[in-house]
Design a protein around this ligand. Sequence first.
Ligand code: AOF
Ligand code: ZN
Length: 434
Amino acid sequence: MSAVVPDDERFMAAAIRLSRRNLGLTATNPSVACLIVRDGVVVGSAVTAPGGRPHAETQALAMAGEAARGATAYVTLEPCSHHGKTPPCADALISSGVARVVVSVTDPDERVAGRGLSMLRDAGIAVETGVLETEGRAALTAYLTRQTKKRPHVTLKLAVSSDGMLGRLGEGQVAITGPVSRGQVHVARAETDAILIGIGTALADDPELTCRLPGLESRSPVRIVLDPRVELPPASKLARTARDVPVIVVAAREGEADVPGTPPSGLPAISLSRGEIGWESSFSSSENEESAAPRSDGKETISPSISPLEGEMAGRPEGGNPAAVPGEWRARAAALETLGVEVLICDPHRLGDLLAALATRGISSLLVEGGARTARSFLDAGLVDRIMLFTGPKAIGKGGIASPCVSGRMPQGFALRRTARYGADIFEEYERDE
Ligand code: AOF
Ligand code: ZN
């Protein structure tokens, strides 16, 4: 038998805070934290290492050494029970001699799923679970979404003027929010595996999409551009920095981007060529043209249901360049690849397929940063889990590009979770009720 004791929530809260430290750094593995507490004193503490291993528990136990004997271990996720790349953490806890293990969230990974807790109990250790579970789940939300929905957790970030606009037609970046809000966006980027924009935004704003907070520059996420016709200019900041921080251009199969909404005639939604689902290799040689083979993984492709993404933002004609010449498409892709950009062939009308492919790549969290049409497409497809809404004090007025949602008029199913004031801006965080 075991029961929650008064200090359990205090130590679990500390563990959850610690677990957030490596968000966005642990690839497919969740960022988990473990505290070893003896007589009210923390004698060991650790978070899952960058890259995903070692796990938190073994590091915290190593720090505690002999002091772990008779201590309580606080772990934000159920200790693993499987022999993966490292031996089970449940075994490490048992042999350390801890008397009690307090867990926040049970692990949905089918290799674990309750077995970690059973192993501890069978060894005579007192086990308590569900402590600060809501907070624990919030910190693990990207991992839990990827495990249960087989896609990344999607956050939509919107910076909206006081009159509900995202920018002004024909202009590049328009300052809507102030420096405090922008800092918060950079924090979100640091905690996220990948960031996504539409080609319209890439062309209009020429953004860098990196995390530029001092000391956190190395935590920039993978940058993804939905770019059906491969229009990202080689001179863009994104392309020029692709060797420092990865850039993926998501392009339609040659010739198909010009017919928005048309199902790809019997072709796969995502092609296979690099041994990993959904990722197509080089366009630089004609050999690779042949490699666009139908999916060999036996999965069915999903019928297209969402609106086209191209031509979404200020500063460019709607629908991009319909007269794109096939040979030039290939040359544009090759030019980007020379700069280190990865060109992925995936029907941009099928966001669900794209997200599934990103999940197989180990991307558990995705931040969608614009523009209006990309935001709308993700919302329409029901693929947004969280909305970060920043509302600035100034109006855009005539020629504004309307935001798909504004404060007080959010899509059905989203509930307000948090508000804050960042300088002159109002921040609201909404989550899908589920
Ligand atoms: C823990 N502590 O710190 C983490 C855990 O690929 P592997 O072998 O590293 O296993 C990955 C799985 O381990 C992951 O899906 C999740 O179930 C668990 N992560 N478990 O005991 C940790 N990060
Ligand atoms: Zn483990």
